[in-house]
Each structure stands twice: as structure tokens, then as C-alpha cells.
Design a protein around this ligand. Structure first.
Ligand SMILES: Cc1cc2nc3c(=O)[nH]c(=O)nc-3n(C[C@H](O)[C@H](O)[C@H](O)COP(=O)(O)OP(=O)(O)OC[C@H]3O[C@@H](n4cnc5c(N)ncnc54)[C@H](O)[C@@H]3O)c2cc1C
Length: 470
């Protein structure tokens, strides 16, 4: 884990960044002064006698990025010859609650392609140097050092060898304990005050009145997606209170809504094929994979992958639709259906598509094609019937009426504006000594382990920089 990427940033990192306003710069300079006083104490060794209830580094949020950040901070502090005092403050009654729900309880924790920036969205420029350093191999090594072995499936998705998300949480939780990290649960940080003159520490105030002081703070509060497993925008409120900009937050990776009558009776049926997002009738994104019908629309990995762009388009008032290709042309072109008809002339129409699609879905498509007598034999279909049916099987277009709300999504698109953080260290450009990582930042990844990869990689980078305290 040990590699130093502490701030201040390299000259090259400053290129292309938005200048801070005068007020932001002045406030940042004041905070920096107090922080330097703290650093001088630390350099003299006086910090080893930290006031009680205070820490070198406090990590807010005991999720994926927070636990990784705390471990990296401990290692960096120890490498600097300091007896580490690191705390994780978690508002829920246990750490890693969302992690337990990931990957349907299997935790798809990374992906062999996680270094490829095209899988990430939002303020991706900030992610580049971090992902270049924390490759999938490096993340697997990190977990191996915690005693957790991992395996990759044929599509490059990386899981714990046990296939259990609980093993990932256990490995992190046990290591935090072994390395002396203080985990304070049911501690919801409600206010965060930067160092001020006479108080060289950050003050973190809990909802229940508890207070923690820390030389540096890493915010790892996640985003509002996955509300049932702890998703919240509290971290964004803390950052906004310090002058940070928050880009609009929308659901990424969630179910899509279509008129319910169009999919009535299909709940629970699936197909493997194509799904496209259409803007003003034109395809703008295409995904392949499993699509699952629900009582209000479509779900499944391929459908959920369209959510990010769909939510943005809907906000912009665009007319959106989804086009489902239920079968490939080799089985569903008019010619292929005519061959099927010739081969199965006596088969009742209600079963004409059985073997290509789930039976109920096949019947639904025949009805949509205007074929009402499903007890008739397949030979009764006219050439026009086959044309219409083929058109639907290759491209059933449904208007998109919405997405599931952000609270029900797996991931948040948008968040803390990445232009206000230094690359490599993820230290705030507005508030020195404050770092951020994970989904809290305006960076989200594709389905397949990319979001957790970002959480580990950014948590490790920010935690290490906070521990190194440069
Ligand atoms: C159902 C589901 C399945 C998913 N499956 C996968 C998957 O298989 N692979 C994948 O890559 N991604 C998956 N994701 C996404 C992934 O879980 C997140 O992107 C990732 O957990 C983000 O990590 P994080 O550390 O930023 O935030 P989180 O893991 O959400 O952790 C944030 C923590 O901060 C705490 N917190 C927030 N505010 C405060 C505060 N003010 N004070 C104290 N504590 C606070 C929260 O309680 C929480 O524990 C899934 C998400 C969901 C909801």
C-alpha cells in the first residue's frame, strides 16, 4: 500500500483547473494557517499527546471507501513513525451495511477492466491518476493482504473467493480492529468545523452531541442511492457547508419505467438480448444482456445501464423511449419466422414462439402484433402477420415515462464537484486537511464492479494522503 502521493499537488496537477473565487481563496488561506500550526506541532512530536477524543485522522463513513481510507491512513502514519490514531465514524449501527447488499450478496468488488476510464462518468479527469495507480491487480493484492482472496469470472468481474459479501466486510472489519482503528458506530456527523485560530483541529459533531477532534478528515459518506442500506446525502451537506459545489444528483443503475399496461402480465419474465435508449426516436445508447420485466417497466443489468443517460434526458425534457430486441434476426427476421412456420405448421399459435422466448412473453408479442386467435395453427399466419411480429421481436419500442427514484438506485450519478479536489490526494482545494472519496464525489462507474473499485481506489488514495499529512 505504501506510496506517497500527499499534497501539496504537483505543478502539472493545476493545469486546466477552475480558479477559486477570492472569498474561497481567503477562507482556504485561513484554514491552511491553522492547519500548518497543527503540522508544526506534529513535526515537533507534540501531536503524539493529542487531546483525548482526538485523532490524527477521522474518517466519516464506514462503507467501502471509508474502511479502505482508514487502513491506508494507519499505514501512512505508522510509516512516518507516528503511533496512529485513526477513527471511523459511522452513523449506522455497523460498518459495511451497503457492502453486504452488493452483487446480490456476492459483492462484485472490482473488474479486470477497472483501469479503463471509459467505464466511468462524471468528473472522470480526477479519477485517472488514481485508477492508474490502483489497478485491479493492486486492489486484489490489497484484499489478499487482509486475508481475502478473490476470483474473476469470464466477463472480468471480480468477487471474493467465498462468493459472499459478508467475507469482504469481515476482512475489512477485522483488519480495522487489528490495526487499532477506533470504530465509532451510531455516530452521525452533523457538523464539521475546520481548524480555527486557537483550535488546530477539525471538530466533528455528532447528532447525539458527541464531539471528535481530528488533524485531518476524510469524508467517505457515499451518496443518496441505496437508501434502504444507508444511502444518504449528508456528506454532500457537510461539503456544501464548507463552500463545495455539488453537481445535480440523479439515479445511475436503476430500473426504467414504461406505461404499465404495455408490460402487464410480464412481471418476472426475462430475455437475453439488446436494449436501446432512444432520444427523439434516435438510438443513443445500446446495451446487451439480461432484461427483466417488472410491473412498472424493465430492470436487469442491461436495462439499468441505460438509467444514467435516461434520468438526465428526462430532466432535460427529452422524449425518450426504449427499444427491446427480444431475439436476434437470425431467429426473428420475417424469413426466419416463415421458415419456423413451415417447420411447425400445426403448432397452436399460443406456442409458436415457445422455445424462442418465455411462453407468456411469446403470447404477449403475438397479441401485440394483432393476432387474436391464438388457438389457430401457425400456418394461419399471413406474410403481413409475420412482418409485424418480426418487427416487434426485433425492436419493440416503448415510451420511457421515468426511472425509479434515486433512493432506489444502486449508484448516484453527480455529487461533489471534482474540480475542487486535488488529483492524486483528493484533498479539498477549498479546505486544506479535508479529503473526500468514493461515491460522494461526482464519479460513478458502469455496472460490473467499477463503483466498488472506485470506492477502494479513492479511499486508499485519500486515506494515505491524509495519513501522510503532507
Ligand atoms: C443494492 C446495491 C448493490 C450494489 N452492488 C454493487 C456491486 O456488486 N459492485 C459495485 O461495484 N457496486 C455496487 N453497488 C454500488 C456500491 O455499493 C457503492 O458505489 C459503494 O458502496 C460506494 O462506497 P462509498 O464508501 O462511497 O459509500 P457507502 O458504501 O455507501 O458508505 C458510506 C457510509 O457513510 C455513512 N455515512 C454517511 N453520512 C454519514 C455521516 N454524516 N456520519 C457518519 N456516517 C455517515 C453511511 O451510513 C455509509 O455506511 C451496489 C449498490 C447497491 C445499493
Amino acid at each position: 500500500m505504501a506510496q506517497n502521493h500527499g499534497s501539496p499537488p504537483r505543478d502539472g496537477d493545476r493545469a486546466g483547473e477552475a480558479p477559486l473565487s477570492r472569498a474561497q481563496a481567503q477562507r482556504g488561506a485561513q484554514w491552511q494557517k491553522s492547519r500548518l500550526a497543527y503540522q508544526r506541532r506534529e513535526a515537533r512530536g507534540s501531536d503524539r499527546a493529542l487531546p483525548s477524543g482526538s485523532y490524527h485522522v477521522a474518517v466519516v463513513g464506514g462503507g467501502a471507501s471509508g474502511m479502505a481510507a482508514a487502513l491506508a491512513a494507519v499505514e501512512a502514519l505508522a510509516a512516518a513513525g507516528v503511533q496512529p490514531r485513526v477513527a471511523v465514524l459511522e452513523r449506522q449501527n455497523r460498518v459495511g451495511r451497503k457492502l453486504l447488499a452488493t452483487g446480490n450478496g456476492r459483492c462484485n468488488l472490482s473488474n479486470a477492466s477497472a483501469g479503463d476510464l471509459s467505464h466511468y462518468h462524471g468528473g472522470v479527469a480526477l479519477a485517472g491518476p488514481i485508477l492508474a495507480r490502483w489497478t485491479p491487480q493492486a486492489i486484489r493484492r490489497f484484499f489478499s493482504q487482509l486475508g481475502l482472496e478473490t476470483v474473476a469470472d469470464q466477463e472480468g468481474r471480480i468477487y471474493p473467493a467465498t462468493d459472499q459479501a459478508a467475507s469482504v466486510v469481515d476482512a475489512l472489519r477485522l483488519t480495522l480492529q487489528e490495526r487499532g482503528v477506533q470504530v465509532l458506530t451510531s455516530f452521525q456527523v452533523q457538523a464539521l468545523r475546520p481548524p480555527a485560530s486557537g483550535r488546530p483541529f477539525f471538530a466533528l459533531e455528532g447528532l447525539d452531541g458527541r464531539q471528535v477532534l481530528a488533524g485531518r478528515v476524510v469524508l467517505c459518506c457515499g451518496g443518496p442511492a441505496g437508501e434502504k442500506v444507508g444511502g444518504t446525502a449528508l456528506g454532500h451537506a457537510l461539503l456544501a457547508g464548507l463552500g463545495h459545489a455539488i453537481t445535480p444528483m440523479r439515479p445511475a443503475l436503476c430500473q426504467l419505467r414504461v406505461p404499465p399496461q404495455a408490460v402487464k402480465g410480464l412481471k418476472g419474465l426475462k430475455y437475453r438480448g439488446d436494449i436501446q435508449l432512444l432520444e427523439a426516436g434516435q438510438p443513443v445508447q445500446r446495451e446487451r444482456g439480461e432484461v427483466l420485466f417488472t410491473d412498472y417497466g424493465v430492470s436487469g443489468i442491461a436495462a439499468m445501464a441505460l438509467c444514467r443517460r435516461a434520468a438526465q434526458g428526462l430532466d432535460q425534457g427529452k422524449a425518450l423511449a426504449v427499444r427491446l430486441a427480444l431475439c436476434p434476426a437470425v431467429w426473428a427476421s420475417p424469413q426466419a419466422l416463415a421458415r419456423r412456420q413451415a417447420a411447425l405448421p400445426r403448432r397452436a399459435l399460443e406456442d409458436f414462439l415457445t422455445g424462442l422466448l418465455p411462453r407468456l412473453l411469446g403470447r404477449h408479442m403475438l397479441k401485440l402484433a394483432g393476432i387474436s386467435d391464438l388457438s389457430a395453427p401457425a400456418e394461419a399466419l399471413s406474410a403481413q402477420d409475420l412482418e409485424r411480429l418480426s418487427g416487434l421481436l426485433l425492436g419493440w419500442t416503448l415510451p420511457l415515462t421515468g426511472t425509479q427514484p434515486l433512493a432506489a438506485a444502486q449508484v448516484t450519478a453527480g455529487g461533489a464537484d471534482t474540480a475542487q479536489f486535488w488529483p492524486h490526494t483528493l484533498e479539498s482545494r477549498l479546505c486544506p486537511g479535508l479529503f473526500a472519496a468514493g461515491e460522494l464525489l461526482d464519479i460513478d462507474g458502469d455496472c460490473g464492479g467499477f463503483n466498488l473499485h472506485w470506492a477502494w481506489a479513492s479511499g486508499l488514495s485519500a486515506g494515505q494522503a491524509a495519513g501522510a499529512g503532507k
